[in-house]
Write a protein that binds this ligand. Structure first.
Ligand code: AMP
Ligand code: MG
Length: 426
């Protein structure tokens, strides 16, 4: 058991801005070491090597339409058909002046031929074909290497492997590739007052809503999540044991509760004893006690217990961190400027992330608050599609003013800003 005496209290930690907290977190993290995986099983993963085409695609001159392979310089209007070339077979057919070979899409072009006239532009009778259009050299023919030339970069390192990339790997004969594995995150909720959803709370107890909410948040963004089966009580020995065990089987640990100032808030001192606490307080609302530590080379996020705080902090810290571990380069949700439909009160001491519903109208994006922003009120997140960013140093925001907002129901598909927080205010 680590010694908990002489440990820092929560308020002894430096209060960091959101940007500085994130900078410290990002500096401590790196993509997970690459592993070899079968190409059919890498959907959504990030490529950890450059894929150079080992061969030309196509590797032979091929017909790109069903029709007749001909010699374009041949000006005879009728040609005798000397055979049929189907896809998948290499025949020793040749085309000479006055002849044509019936050919199917994807079949190798017979020797001598340099154009394909589609069936639609021909008339065939008694073994002779009459062309209704002139044969241009190269018409309906795919030259060697037209799609990709041998030696060309087929997929750069860092590519996110989706259907097209996986198809290309198969086409080029890469049955295995090097990828960053999908991080596995363990979720551990703490608090003496918590019971599981199917238990009846005794006086003073409440049901744990954070484990299922955080599990959903992690799996919704494509990560492998494991929630510890029961809430852990506020007991240093039990917490330490669970923490060490959970960390051993995961790439990242997320805890909820126990990071504030209470006498039973034991997570920070435990993490400080087991590893290094790099973030102990952040000037944000919700989420002031957000804690980040590296323990045995693995990241641990100590999220505050209030249900909204824990989900918002997961969104703002744990999710981009999981993306970083995955090797993804785009970490942040799209951030857009929105017009406030109503006045918002704001404490200038902290950057606030208010839950809102953003809709488009002819003037752009308009944001409506989801009502009371209490950190315990999960309903402030129900149906919310945005986190409005009310920057530190600013007071109330009158109706009609413009603020930036993370669109939390949109994928990270747009180019990242240099820093997650845009500070534009009007
Ligand atoms: P804490 O961060 O442990 O001080 O908890 C702050 C508040 O969040 C307290 O009112 C807790 O009862 C509540 N809370 C903590 N953990 C959970 C949880 N897993 N589910 C629901 N509420 C929680
Ligand atoms: Mg607690």
């Amino acid at each position: 058991m680590i010694k908990m005496k002489q440990m820092k209290r929560s308020c002894d930690y430096l209060m960091l801005s959101f940007e500085d907290a994130w900078r410290r977190i990002a500096a401590a993290l790196a993509p997970l070491p690459p592993v070899r995986r079968r190409s059919a099983l890498v959907s959504g993963l990030v490529l950890a090597e450059e894929i150079i085409a080992r061969e030309n695609m196509p590797s032979f001159v091929a017909a790109s339409m069903d029709g007749y392979a001909v010699l374009s310089s041949d000006d005879s209007s009728e040609r005798s058909i000397t055979g049929e070339q189907d896809a998948g077979l290499k025949l020793d057919l040749a085309v000479t002046k006055g002849t044509a070979v019936r050919i199917m899409t994807g079949a190798p072009l017979p020797a001598g031929a340099d154009a394909v006239i589609p069936f639609e532009e021909t008339v065939e009778a008694a073994g002779v074909v009459r062309l209704l259009s002139a044969a241009e050299p190269g018409a309906n023919v795919r030259p060697v290497g037209q799609d990709i030339a041998a030696g060309e970069i087929a997929l750069p390192k860092g590519s996110v492997l989706g259907p097209a990339e996986i198809g290309l790997l198969a086409a080029l004969g890469h049955s295995e590739v090097s990828v960053h594995p999908r991080p596995r995150v363990s979720i551990m909720v703490t608090g003496n007052e918590l019971v599981a959803v199917d238990e009846i709370p005794k006086p003073g107890q409440i049901r744990d809503s954070n484990a299922p909410a955080l599990f959903s948040a992690a799996t919704a963004c494509g990560f492998d999540a494991v929630a510890l089966p029961h809430p852990i009580g506020d007991d240093a020995c039990k917490l330490e044991q669970s923490l060490v065990e959970a960390l051993a089987v995961s790439d990242m640990l997320v805890t909820s509760g126990g990071v504030s100032m209470g006498t039973l808030d034991l997570i920070k001192p435990l993490l400080a004893g087991l590893g290094e606490v790099l973030v102990g307080r952040v000037a944000i609302k919700p989420g002031k006690p957000l804690t980040f530590a590296m323990v045995q080379g693995k990241p641990v996020f100590g999220l505050p217990g209030f249900p909204v705080s824990s989900l918002v902090c997961f969104e703002l810290f744990a999710r981009p961190a999981l993306r970083l571990l995955s090797g993804l380069r785009l970490l942040w949700r799209p951030c857009v400027e929105v017009r406030l439909a109503q006045t918002l009160r704001h404490d200038p001491d902290r950057t606030e992330f208010q839950r809102a519903i953003v809709e488009t109208d002819p003037y752009g994006f308009t944001a409506r608050s989801t009502g009371s922003q209490s950190s315990s009120r999960l309903k402030s997140l129900v149906g919310a599609n945005a986190l409005l960013i009310l920057p530190v140093g600013m007071g109330d925001f009158p109706a009609g003013s413009r603020v930036m907002a993370f669109l939390i129901n949109q994928p990270e598909a747009l180019a990242d800003l240099p820093l997650p927080i845009p500070v534009s205010i009007r």
